[in-house]
Design a protein around this ligand. Structure first.
Ligand code: NAD
Length: 396
């Protein structure tokens, strides 16, 4: 990377994923851990010109005050991070904490335009204070319930008009953060299933400012396995009759998803891939249940009923027990590095080649993990050669 240091601004900076990402970047920088789980540390990305871990500067927004140091200690108590590592990176945690600002709460007073201007000002001041070449905004805050956009969201002019007219509850927080990011000239990545930048008006704003964006909903567990197994059934011409999944999780994410309305957002993004890969509808219930006792660990049990030659019925079952934050944090760092580099070389619009990282990838056509990986590797080293046309061509 030639263009100076990169800011990584985390929406939900006091959460598990954000805290693990900040700890992880510091630990990688100090050589305290191996880059296990870090996709962009694989040899195929060596020539991609990505920013190095020491060149990442962290800040963010959150609506709770629990300092990131305290959150890291809680994660260590829960067995996610070694206590020793938290001690070793305490300085970096304090530096990040000094850059965390109060986030946007929908219930707050004032217009959404005023709120967005304050959020954008936080980003601009962060960039200025540290002399950063760019700031990538990554949403790792609590998942929101599904959002039905109104007519204001269909064009930038309409949305600008509504916001300037004093709207107070028009956009969900994730979209207001995307608005603030684009207004401040920052790329935006959504690691959650929330709507974020996926509104025509916001896509227009990103295009107007020449900014790249990516999302949605990090693919870290059950869906990662599904994206690997579904193409196998397709290429072997086996017929999947049903695919059912049960997800048990705890932590902050589990508590948020205990609300059935919020869970609808997650279930929608989790349910997308299999039918798309197979090319026909595949029935089967998908459940998410909050089990506080599991903390940061998530267990998924999937039952796949399929049919072979002569109509013979068979089943596949798998159990995945993953530590959510340990799986997600390195991907957040990967995305920060890739999107920063895309911005540096002048890429804009939805980055479909990053579909490998997401359950519901914007600008991408396939849900097959292997195909997504091939696309990412082809795109990343050059981050250019023809990829601009390809990105806009693939946009949904
Ligand atoms: N961990 C994974 O494997 C994984 C995979 C895919 C997606 N995600 C998504 O990542 C997000 C974060 O997960 P987590 O486990 O860190 O959750 P968490 O509950 O630990 O953290 C979420 C943080 O967001 C903050 N927040 C809530 N509303 C906010 C707002 N309006 N502005 C700013 N901050 C706000 C909360 O205060 C909290 O600190 C969730 O949406 C989750 O669905 C996680």
């Amino acid at each position: 990377m030639t263009g100076g240091r990169t800011g990584v601004w985390l929406i939900g900076a006091h959460g598990s994923v954000a805290t693990s990402a900040v700890c992880g970047a510091a630990a990688l920088h100090a050589g305290l851990v191996e880059p296990v789980g870090c996709v962009t540390e694989r040899p195929e990305f060596a020539v991609a010109g990505l920013p190095a871990y020491p060149d990442l500067v962290f800040g963010g927004h959150d609506v709770v005050d629990t300092p990131i140091e305290k959150r890291a200690e809680q994660l260590a108590d829960g067995g996610v991070l070694p206590h020793r590592l938290v001690e070793q990176v305490r300085g970096e945690l304090r530096a990040a904490e000094a850059e965390i600002r109060p986030g946007y709460e929908r219930t707050g007073a004032g217009t959404q335009l005023a709120a967005a201007e304050r959020l954008a000002a936080d980003l601009l001041r962060f960039r200025e204070r540290h002399g950063l070449a760019r700031v990538v905004v990554i949403n790792v805050s609590s998942t929101e319930p599904p959002y039905q956009p109104g007519p204001e969201a269909v064009s930038l002019d309409a949305l600008r008009g509504a916001l300037r007219g004093g709207a107070t509850g028009l956009l969900p927080p994730s979209s207001l953060y995307a608005w603030a990011a684009f207004s401040a000239g920052c790329p935006y990545v959504d690691f959650t299933p929330s709507v974020g930048a996926r509104l025509p008006a916001l896509a227009e704003l990103a295009a107007e400012r020449g900014l790249p964006w990516a999302g949605n909903d990090g693919k870290t567990g059950e869906t990662l396995v599904k994206a690997t197994l579904a193409p196998m059934f397709a290429s072997r011409a086996l017929r999947v009759r049903s695919w059912s999944g049960v997800n048990l999780l705890g932590g902050g994410d589990g508590a948020t998803l205990a609300d059935p309305e919020v869970a609808r957002s997650k279930l929608a993004s989790k349910g997308l891939g299999v039918s798309q890969v197979l090319g026909y509808p595949v029935p089967g219930p998908l459940h998410i249940d909050n089990v506080p006792d599991l903390g940061e660990w998530k267990t998924a049990w999937d039952h796949v009923s399929f049919e072979g030659f002569l109509g013979t019925r068979m089943t596949l079952q798998f159990t995945w027990a993953g530590c959510d934050s340990a799986l997600a944090a390195p991907l957040v760092l990967d995305l920060a590095r890739l999107v920063a580099r895309a911005h540096e070389v002048g890429r804009s619009g939805p980055l479909g080649a990053l579909g490998f990282f997401f359950k519901d990838p914007v600008g991408a056509v396939t849900h097959s993990l292997e195909a997504q990986h091939a696309q990412l590797v082809e795109w990343a080293p050059g981050l250019g050669a023809g990829a601009g046309a390809a990105d806009s061509g693939r946009a949904r």
